[in-house]
Design a protein around this ligand. Structure first.
Ligand code: FES
Length: 354
């Protein structure tokens, strides 16, 4: 995900979201709570939302009927799975629905187990869930944003944060276009919901159209457009490259996988607690290597901003590549192994991985 940054436009968007969602006279503002407070939600409904059966949406409701904290398009939840894993999923439902949240998860059998665990959750199961957070906020043209129109690009399950964005844009009468890409049509979730927008949503699949180029993804993008993209890293890179020199176009992106390691070098990682030694290749993160031995190792964003994967360095020099630790935290030995590494050949860390 992109790093969360304060956005002065969000308040303006919030007002619009409230108007759009028609909050009624009996609405009660959510109780303020600490930012990291969690909610206990129940899996009220599971629905298969892609023809290949590998994407399931989950409607998560409160157990006592209380109103849920509000959210804006682009927000996500941290889901605490029964195994102890923590995963982030974008909210893809209706912000007007204060009785439940909707997320959708693609099952990735070759992944680290979080998506499979989610898919195995039956209706009625309870989950601990963070309050919504937004690392991918939408600024609406004509309502605070200097852009004149919006162009959305979604890759596969990257449709999830885009769905509420385009609903809001549509409800506000904003000029928008969209390209939705995937490997095959049967892998694309929410096609039925997108059908309501007709040809405004261009669907391209690799099996019939080939891999999309920047020109394909940016077809019709004119000066004054804000592009919002969520998808795999290669697709975002294609867009970013295609927009080099386009100072007349804004670009906002959220990726759903860890960034590739750039200029990495191999090193040895030692766990002080157990004495185990791991070889971290130049192109992998220490977190990925540790997760093979400890599948329940805590992590969430895998992009260096949530702090979930924090370890303590007890020996060696760290190459900090995160965007969230303070100088004091780094000086005290904190390290975020999803993105950070060793400066030298060896790093000894202390971590509670059991
Ligand atoms: S997993 Fe979020 S900072 Fe490492």
């Amino acid at each position: 995900m992109t790093h969360a940054t304060p956005d002065p436009l969000l308040d303006a968007v919030e007002v619009l979201v409230k108007a759009w969602t028609r909050i009624g006279p009996t609405a009660v503002p959510p109780s303020p709570g600490p930012r990291d407070a969690t909610l206990e939600l129940v899996v009220a409904e599971r629905t298969v939302v892609a023809t290949d059966q590998d994407v399931v949406s989950f409607q998560l409701s409160t157990t006592d009927g209380a109103r849920l904290p509000k959210w804006r398009p682009g927000a996500h939840l941290d889901i605490h799975l029964p195994s102890g894993r923590k995963r982030q999923y974008s909210l893809c439902g209706d912000p007007a629905d204060r009785s439940s949240y909707r997320i959708a998860v693609r099952r990735i059998p070759e992944g680290l187990g979080g998506s499979v665990e989610m898919h195995d959750l039956p209706e009625g199961n309870t989950l601990r869930v963070s309050r919504p957070r937004n690392a991918f906020p939408l600024a609406v043209p004509g309502h605070g944003s200097p852009a004149e129109r919006l162009h959305f690009v979604a890759g596969g399950i990257g449709i999830t944060p885009i769905l509420p964005m385009l609903r809001l844009a549509d409800a506000l009468g904003v000029d928008w276009t969209m390209v939705y890409v995937g490997r095959r049509r049967d892998t694309l979730p929410f096609l039925d919901e997108l059908a309501a927008y007709g040809d405004r949503v261009v669907i391209r699949t690799d099996d019939t159209d080939g891999l999309p180029t920047a020109a394909d993804l940016l077809a019709g993008v004119e000066a004054g457009t804000a592009v919002y993209c969520c998808g795999p890293v290669p697709m975002i890179d294609v867009l970013r490259t295609g927009l080099i020199g386009r100072t007349d176009v804004e670009f906002h992106s959220e990726r759903f996988s860890a960034p590739p390691v750039v200029d990495g070098r191999a090193f040895t990682l030692e766990l002080e607690n157990t004495g185990e030694v791991f070889e971290v290749p130049a192109d992998r993160s220490p977190l990925d290597v540790l997760a093979e031995a400890y599948p329940a190792i805590p992590y969430s964003c895998r992009q260096g901003f949530c702090g979930t994967c924090r370890l303590n360095v007890v020996e060696g020099e760290a190459d900090h590549r995160d965007g969230s630790l303070t100088a004091d935290e780094r000086a005290a030995g904190s390290l975020l192994p999803c993105v950070s590494r060793a400066r030298g050949d060896r790093l000894v860390v202390r971590a509670d991985l059991y």
